[in-house]
Ligand binder design. Structure first.
Ligand code: SAM
Ligand code: SF4
Length: 331
């Protein structure tokens, strides 16, 4: 069955990214301010509410759900939630994005719960630099988390790297070599103007995917590939390397809106129709106003998706274009 969620441009929406918390144990410089105020708990969707919304999405034809945040592994009860969502009939895959800090403790549980794939953020292999980018992170813990995930049985783990000029662009070749040595996929992300930060100038730090490719090509040849994981990455391969794909997420230099198949749910229960737009729908309000009436949610979803805007237009300057921080949005 195709998805019943179809927008006004004929795009079928079959992928939802759900943020299960806005909280995080890191404060990555591109994602958060140093001093963050998080949502009061009653404003965040409860586990049952998250499950009910997932159930409605899947009932309408959504095939893939990604749990994200904030940091999903700081949410109490995350493994049980994964288990329930993964067993929804019709869902093809439940996947999760994490900073890896708690993965050592959760990898077995997540794998057993039916999570199919993991994306793990890793912006540097230098412990001091890793600390300065994440402000609080411990590289050794994240590396132990990656190993634990592999030991638990996860295949196709993908590393996510946000590349910033003068910060970690010199590590691009080393990160690729780390991915190859550990049989991991790796995606390089262009920084997006989500939320107001003062730690660095996003314009000065901007490093395009074409520049990152150039850095990799100093060491390896790259061949473009037609593969997709139904996300925004475009993939390249290094001839002779079978277990590592190199992805690029390029919201600035390669607009991926025409093939957009996804929407996002924030931790406070707002459905966001587009990453670069504020348009949305307050699903939490409907859930709490009409408990036990899932048809209300389904109708609201069908109506909202029909109004999904065409796309985003991130310009490359320091203007804040979307006030939400990425931890609110669900990356
Ligand atoms: N805490 C988890 C993590 O870091 O993987 C999941 C949530 S995080 C918001 C999801 C992804 O968004 C991460 O790969 C992170 O690097 C990326 N991200 C955060 N802020 C960003 C920004 N302003 N531009 C581009 N990517 C960003
Ligand atoms: Fe936390 Fe992920 Fe944002 Fe870093 S990118 S602060 S790990 S939510």
């Amino acid at each position: 069955m195709g998805s019943l969620l179809q927008d006004g441009f004929g795009r079928q929406i079959d992928y939802v990214r759900m943020s299960v918390t806005d909280r995080c144990d890191f404060r990555c410089v591109y994602c958060m301010a140093e001093d963050m105020t998080f949502l009061p708990r009653q404003q965040v969707l409860g586990l049952e509410e998250l499950y009910l919304l997932a159930e409605q999405f899947v009932g309408l034809g959504v095939k893939k759900i990604r749990l994200t945040g904030g940091e999903p592994l700081v949410r109490n009860g995350i493994v049980g939630l994964c288990e329930r969502i993964a067993s929804l009939p019709g869902l093809r895959e439940l996947v999760l994005t994490t900073n890896g800090s708690q993965l050592k403790h959760y990898a077995d549980g997540l794998f057993g719960a039916g999570v199919k794939r993991l994306n793990i953020s890793l912006d540097s292999l230098d412990a001091e630099r890793f600390r300065s980018i994440t402000r609080t992170g411990d590289l050794a813990q994240v590396l132990a988390g990656i190993s634990a995930a592999q030991d638990a049985g996860f295949a196709h783990i993908k590393l996510n790297v946000v590349v910033m000029k003068g910060r970690n662009d010199d590590e691009v070749p080393a990160l690729v070599d780390f991915a190859i040595a550990n049989r991991l996929d790796i995606s390089f992300i262009e920084e997006m103007p989500l939320g107001s930060i003062s730690e660095h100038s996003r314009a000065e730090a901007f490093c395009s995917s074409a520049e990152v490719r150039g850095l990799i090509e100093q060491r390896h040849s790259l061949v473009e590939s037609a593969e997709s994981t139904q996300g925004p990455s475009r993939y390249w391969r290094i001839p002779g390397v079978d277990n590592t794909r190199i992805g690029f997420i390029s919201p600035h230099s390669h607009n991926f809106c025409s093939s957009c198949n996804r929407v996002r749910l924030t931790a406070e229960g707002r459905l966001l129709l587009c990453l670069g737009n504020e348009q949305g729908l307050d699903l939490k309000a409907i859930l709490r106003r009409y408990p036990g009436e899932p048809a209300r949610i389904r109708d609201a979803l069908l109506g909202a998706i029909a109004r999904k805007p065409w796309g985003h237009d991130f310009r490359r300057n320091d203007e804040v274009q979307v006030l939400r921080f990425m931890n609110m949005t669900g990356g």
